[in-house]
Design a protein around this ligand. Structure first.
Ligand SMILES: NC(=O)c1ccc[n+]([C@@H]2O[C@H](COP(=O)([O-])OP(=O)(O)OC[C@H]3O[C@@H](n4cnc5c(N)ncnc54)[C@H](OP(=O)(O)O)[C@@H]3O)[C@@H](O)[C@H]2O)c1
Length: 313
């Protein structure tokens, strides 16, 4: 069935937070939500780029989008951003955990974690945990962006950073598997606690954004950029098309927790946003529980579901 932005219900009165909204899928997602009436917070690390994005999106928006400065590679920045947001709003309806980096050279986050796992997964784990009171306030949808490459991810939940030699694409695939394990485990935990949170996931297939251009292609020089450009022309969909699975995941009424959206076409590279199936590894309950426990220890963020002991694991 054809599904496009015209199918997005009116978002008036809803508050949305989109991470990584300076470009690509995040910018497109924030734009759709803002044009459909939501009050959108652009959760971005660079205030200048975020302000430029806000200005660009303001034209068609009911409320001009606001900037929430947050560096997902810095857990202190994540905690501070959540605190600032709690001073401005009393609830959040939609959180889109979209920001990401791909196949970057080895680096560590401010807190010492491998940068792709630290940014793509741990930063979002911490952000979601810190925002939990706002998400629980009226009930919320949490969307986490994964990738087809999660299928190549190998992840030990007890040691998700891995101890072998660093391979940029393997580390990316691992971080995207972590995104999906997190999204599905968050939904199970919300259900177990009777919490009004629906956690879902999405992937864009292959979309022409800055992701490859700012990472691996740039390092490969002019040839790398040329090959990436050709690949995008032949295989990729637009950033707007790539954003549709997460836009649908964020806005379609009645979506069941744990649903995963992606493009309908061959190898899920492009096409209509439809329900797709996570890999077997992404559905592994033991791996998900171990990753959750590691993420709590690593980030120091324990999800407070508001149950008897207040810690709610
Ligand atoms: N494009 C694809 O084909 C594809 C395929 C599969 C999955 N994905 C996923 O889609 C998501 C969005 O990527 P994209 O393709 O739209 O790429 P993009 O255009 O490069 O956008 C990535 C966004 O993440 C932000 N970001 C990076 N590190 C951050 C940090 N430490 N703190 C806060 N924000 C940070 C970037 O901000 P700056 O402007 O500051 O750099 C940018 O806004 C990612 O999770 C990616 O893994 C994309």
């Amino acid at each position: 069935m054809h599904w496009s932005v015209v199918d997005v219900p009116d978002q008036t009165g809803r508050i949305a937070v989109v991470t990584g909204a300076t470009s690509g899928l995040g910018l497109e997602t924030a734009g759709v939500l803002a044009r459909r009436g939501a009050q959108v917070f652009l959760a971005c690390r660079d205030p200048g780029r975020a302000a430029a994005a806000a200005e660009r999106l303001a034209a068609g928006a009911a409320f001009p989008p606001a900037v929430l400065t947050v560096d997902l590679a810095d857990l202190g920045s994540v905690a501070a951003a959540a605190e600032r947001l709690a001073e401005e709003v009393d609830h959040v309806d939609v959180l889109v955990n979209n920001a990401g980096i791909m196949a970057v050279p080895y680096a560590r986050t401010v807190d010492g974690f491998e940068s792709q796992l630290g940014t793509n997964h741990l930063g979002h784990f911490a952000l979601t945990g810190h925002l939990l009171p706002l998400l629980l306030a009226r009930g919320a949808r949490v969307v986490t962006t994964s990738s087809q490459l999660h299928r190549l991810g190998v992840l030990d939940g007890d040691d998700p950073e891995g101890s072998g030699p660093y391979r940029p694409f393997s580390a990316y695939a691992r971080s995207k598997l972590a995104n999906l394990l997190f999204a599905l485990e968050l939904d199970r935990r919300a259900t177990a606690h009777g919490a009004p949170i629906v956690s879902v996931a999405a992937h864009p297939g292959y979309a022409a954004t800055n992701l490859a251009r700012s990472g691996p292609a740039r390092r490969a020089g002019r040839l790398g950029l040329a090959v990436t450009g050709l690949g995008e022309r032949l295989l990729a969909q637009s950033a707007a098309g790539g954003a549709l699975p997460q836009v649908r995941a964020a806005t379609e009424p009645g979506v069941v927790g744990g649903t995963y959206f992606g493009p309908s076409g061959l190898f899920e590279l492009r096409g209509q946003p439809v329900r797709v199936v996570p890999s077997r590894r992404a559905r592994d309950l033991e791996r998900a529980a171990a990753l959750w426990a590691w993420s709590e220890r690593a980030s120091g963020v324990v999800y407070a579901w508001g149950t008897e002991d207040g810690t709610g694991t």
